[in-house]
Structure formats: structure tokens, C-alpha cells
Ligand binder design. Structure first.
Ligand SMILES: Nc1ncnc2c1ncn2[C@@H]1O[C@H](COP(=O)(O)OP(=O)(O)OP(=O)(O)O)[C@@H](O)[C@H]1O
Length: 473
């Protein structure tokens, strides 16, 4: 971290506090001002690269300054392509905290909405999966952001969206009771003035994605409140309305609505689950998805969920072709889909069908797995991934199907996220969390009922690949 020297007032607009003079960095200019800090642009002399240095407007005593530095070191260790890199931090001679960030030349999502208008659906989904991945990594490291919003998503020099101000903003720069800015704050934080948790972050990320599509945060867009009190009243008592855009599909509106549920218990329970829901919308719309980028987590939804979505016609139609060739193309698409399903069935499902059950049912065990039922040790012996449940099978009992499974490596606090795999592509996106190792689900229409189950550790890590099984009538 750079050493402090005196401050300078050179080249700063009137009213702006002097940017600190930092050894090894050359002051370039003012980038902007938030409610609690100024952001300056500097050039790092050794590398000739630009950085953004955020300097708080409050002055810290020595105890708070020490806490700030400790926290900044921790934040710098939180590394992910979608988290803005922290290069260093310190406290100026006159006690102002500063953090040295990667410079994001394109500014924030808020700036981009202001200058270029709302985002297209595909870009919003892409950003959503990337940002939810970063959020999940932070949550897994017991870090809650508490101030996600369009101005805290910056676009890096590589054109990648990155979350800024992880942790530091709310604890040091910001002395408000919650850290959240009202338009993005979930009801439970407003009601209790509490500090929020993973699900509060999921809410704020959903509000951010909503704003990318609508131009404003959900309640500002829908109800046009004139004061903060009016806004807070809307957040507490009014429903989130759909986004009035013909190109925003119902499936995406539903995903955002779930993430913005007033009761945190009705939201996605992890950021990965939120990412999966966004991926499934991508698959429905475009036939492909942005990968989830977190170590130990499968990049894509399970093959089983995707194959089911494809079989039910949820994958997008081929681009329009000249009229006279259409029957041929439809026949070809049908053949390809049948061939893919045949291969999946023959190679993956068939070998796993257990016909030995004396209930007259058959169970398909873990068709989406790559043999990842057990060990989770890395080469160095540290446990980083969570195994999949094993022995997952189901049997029909009238109108319901009872599924049971085992945990190959049970640990205190383990729970299980399960969901029915259906043709809507919402398999992994609507999971429910339970403590036991069995569940009874209503029988699906058709000849089989399929579910997927993941182990969820106390620290929120999940099986990298869920176990999947189908009970056959
Ligand atoms: N690393 C960065 N690179 C480029 N611009 C940045 C960077 N960090 C912040 N900015 C810009 O500096 C301005 C002030 O940012 P800051 O984080 O202080 O406030 P804010 O998030 O906009 O508002 P508030 O403090 O009320 O939450 C914003 O316009 C932001 O886009």
C-alpha cells in the first residue's frame, strides 16, 4: 500500500477537497462525488496505469482507521472477475479513509442508463448471471454487500460489469443506519433497520437488473414517489409491477419478481440459485447461457434440466428461413432433438435405470452427474467442493412420489435444496430448502416425475452438481 504524504489542492474544481498526495501515484483529476466520498483519478507511476481513488468525507479516529485498513486488506483478497479490484487502501494525514480501485473507464451502469438508455434483455441477463456469481463468492466468504445499485456496478476496461464497494462502503464511508440507499433497500431492512443478509443482496441485485430494463429502481419506475417517505411506503406496501416492455419475457419478469419478493423466505435462497434462474431464461430465449463463474459450482444448469426444457419445446426456434424450406428444417430440428434425447437416454439415463424395485417403479439415479457423488478433497487435502447427494430415488404412491437420498459426507448444519424438474426450465430456479433427506412431491403430468437435489452446507456452499432422479410410473 502506498505511503501517505501531504495533500495537494492542485487542479481540483472549487469546492472539492484536496486529493491526497500518495507516493507512487500522480493525481489526474476528479471522477465524481457520491454521498460519502469523492472519487479521484490517479496514474500509478510504476505501471502507468490509471486507478480510481475513493476518499471519504468523514475523518476517522485511529481505532476506526485501523479497522478500515484491516477490512480493506480483507476486501482486496476477495477476487473475482466481476468484483472491482482493490489495489490498496489507507488513511490520509488528516484522517480520511481512501481506497485505491481499478479504474473503470466506462463508468457505472447508472451512468450508462443516463446516457444511452435502458439495456437490452440479453445484456441484462448476461450481467445478471455474472454479478450473481460474484455475489455468491462474496456470500460464501461471509461478506454481504449491503449497497448494491446501478451506481455500484462499474464497467471495467475489458467491458465487464464489476461490483464496487464491497463491504467497505457500509462500514466505514457510510455511517447511515443500514448502508442501503432507499430505492434499492429490501422491506426487511427498511422495517427493522437491520443490516441485511444474503437475501437482501439478492433483492438489491434484482432491483438493479430491473432498473437496467426499466430505467429506474422498481418503485421509482412504478409509482413515481416524490419523497423518500413516499418511496419507503411503496416499498413496504405496494407490489412490484411488471416492466412495461414487450421484449421483456414473462419468464424474466417472474424471476425478478421472485428475487424481489417482500418476504426474504420467498426469494432465491442463494445467489447461485438466482443465477440459475437467469440462465434458464437465457436457455429458453437463446439456447445458450452465461456460465456461472464460481470455483466448485457447475457453470451451467444440469443436463437433465436442459434436456427436459428442450424436449418440451422450451428452446428457441431456429431463426426464420425462406418459406419453402420450412418443413424440411422443422423435420431436421425434430430429428436433431430426437437424436440428442436418444443419445442422452442411451448414454446416461438407460444405464442408471434401476428395475429392481419391488414397488413396480423405476428410478433413474443421478443422470446429470459425472460421477461426482463423493469426495471433495483438493490435491492439498483441503475441502472446497460439496459432494452431490447419493442414492437418490423415487417411488410413486398414488398421486405423489416420495424421493429419498443420502448424504455421503454429512456435516453439521447441512440442508438440501430440491426442486422438481419440469418443462418450464425453472428446475434449479425454484428450489426449496429442507433439513431431511426425503421429500414427497405431487406426481407430474406424464409418465415420470423428476427432481434434483443439492446439499447446502451451513456456510452456503452447495453441491457443484445436483443429483437428479426420475421416478417412472
Ligand atoms: N473505480 C472507478 N472507476 C471509475 N469511476 C468510478 C469508480 N468508482 C466510482 N466511480 C464514479 O465516481 C462517482 C462517485 O462514486 P461513489 O461510489 O462515491 O458514489 P455513488 O455510488 O455514485 O453514490 P453514493 O455514495 O451515494 O452511494 C460515480 O459517478 C462513479 O461512477
Amino acid at each position: 500500500m502506498p505511503q501517505r504524504t501531504a495533500s495537494t489542492a492542485a487542479h481540483t474544481p472549487a469546492g472539492t477537497p484536496a486529493p491526497p498526495r500518495l507516493r507512487g501515484y500522480r493525481y489526474v483529476g476528479v471522477i465524481g462525488k457520491g454521498s460519502t466520498a469523492y472519487v479521484f483519478r490517479y496514474r500509478q507511476e510504476a505501471t502507468e496505469r490509471d486507478v480510481a481513488i475513493k476518499v471519504g468525507t468523514t475523518h476517522l479516529d485511529s481505532k476506526a482507521g485501523a479497522r478500515f485498513k484491516t477490512e480493506a486488506v480483507f476486501m482486496a483478497s476477495l477476487q473475482h472477475p466481476n468484483i472491482l479490484t482493490v489495489h490498496g487502501a489507507g488513511v490520509t494525514d488528516d484522517g480520511r479513509p481512501y481506497t485505491i480501485f481499478e479504474y473503470a473507464p466506462a463508468g457505472s451502469v447508472k451512468d450508462i442508463i443516463a446516457t444511452q438508455g435502458v439495456y437490452p434483455v440479453d445484456r441484462t441477463l448476461d450481467y445478471g448471471v455474472q454479478l450473481a456469481s460474484a455475489l455468491y463468492l462474496a456470500h460464501r466468504n461471509n461478506t454481504v454487500h449491503r449497497d448494491l445499485k446501478t451506481s455500484n456496478i462499474l464497467i471495467t476496461a475489458q467491458g465487464v460489469p464489476a461490483i464496487a464497494d464491497f463491504g467497505i462502503a457500509t462500514n466505514i464511508y457510510d455511517h447511515r443506519s443500514t448502508g442501503y440507499s432507499p430505492p434499492w433497500a429490501p422491506p426487511e431492512v427498511i422495517a427493522s433497520r437491520g443490516s441485511g443478509d444474503d437475501r437482501s443482496d439478492i433483492y438489491s441485485l434484482a432491483a438493479t437488473l430491473y432498473a437496467m430494463l426499466a430505467g429506474k429502481s422498481p418503485f421509482e419506475y412504478a409509482y413515481d414517489p416524490h419523497t423518500i417517505d413516499e418511496l419507503v411506503d411503496c416499498i413496504m406496501h405496494k407490489p412490484v409491477p411488471p416492466i412495461n416492455r414487450a421484449d421483456v419475457p414473462q419468464s424474466l419478469q417472474q424471476v425478478l419478481l421472485k428475487a424481489l419478493a417482500p418476504d426474504p423466505a420467498n426469494r432465491y435462497f442463494t445467489a447461485v440459485e438466482f443465477a440459475r434462474a437467469l440462465q434458464e431464461v437465457q436457455i429458453q430465449l437463446y439456447g445458450h447461457a452465461t456460465p456461472v463463474n464460481v470455483q466448485g459450482i457447475e457453470p451451467y444448469p444440469t443436463r437433465a434440466a436442459m434436456a427436459t426444457a428442450g424436449a418440451q419445446g422450451a428452446l428457441p426456434a431456429a431463426p426464420a428461413k425462406p418459406k419453402d424450406r420450412r418443413p424440411l428444417i422443422i423435420a431436421a430440428v425434430v430429428l436433431v432433438v430426437l437424436a440428442v434425447l436418444g443419445v442422452v437416454f442411451a448414454a446416461v439415463i438407460l444405464p442408471n435405470i434401476d428395475h429392481s424395485g419391488d414397488t413396480g417403479t423405476a428410478a433413474v439415479v443421478n443422470p446429470g452427474m459425472n460421477g461426482t457423488s463423493g469426495g471433495d478433497d483438493d490435491d492439498d487435502g483441503t475441502t472446497t467442493t460439496v459432494p452431490s447427494p447419493i442414492e437418490l430415488s423415487g417411488a410413486y404412491a398414488g398421486d405423489t412420489v416420495k424421493f429419498t437420498w443420502s448424504n455421503p459426507d454429512p456435516q453439521d448444519g447441512d440442508r438440501y435444496a430440491w426442486s422438481v424438474i419440469n418443462g418450464t426450465g425453472s428446475g434449479q430456479a425454484n428450489a426449496k430448502l429442507i433439513e431431511g433427506t426425503s421429500v414427497e412431491v405431487p406426481a407430474s403430468d406424464g409418465a415420470q416425475t423428476c427432481i434434483q437435489v443439492s446439499i447446502v452446507r451451513q456456510d452456503r456452499r452447495m453441491s457443484s452438481t445436483p443429483a437428479t432422479a426420475c421416478a417412472v410410473k
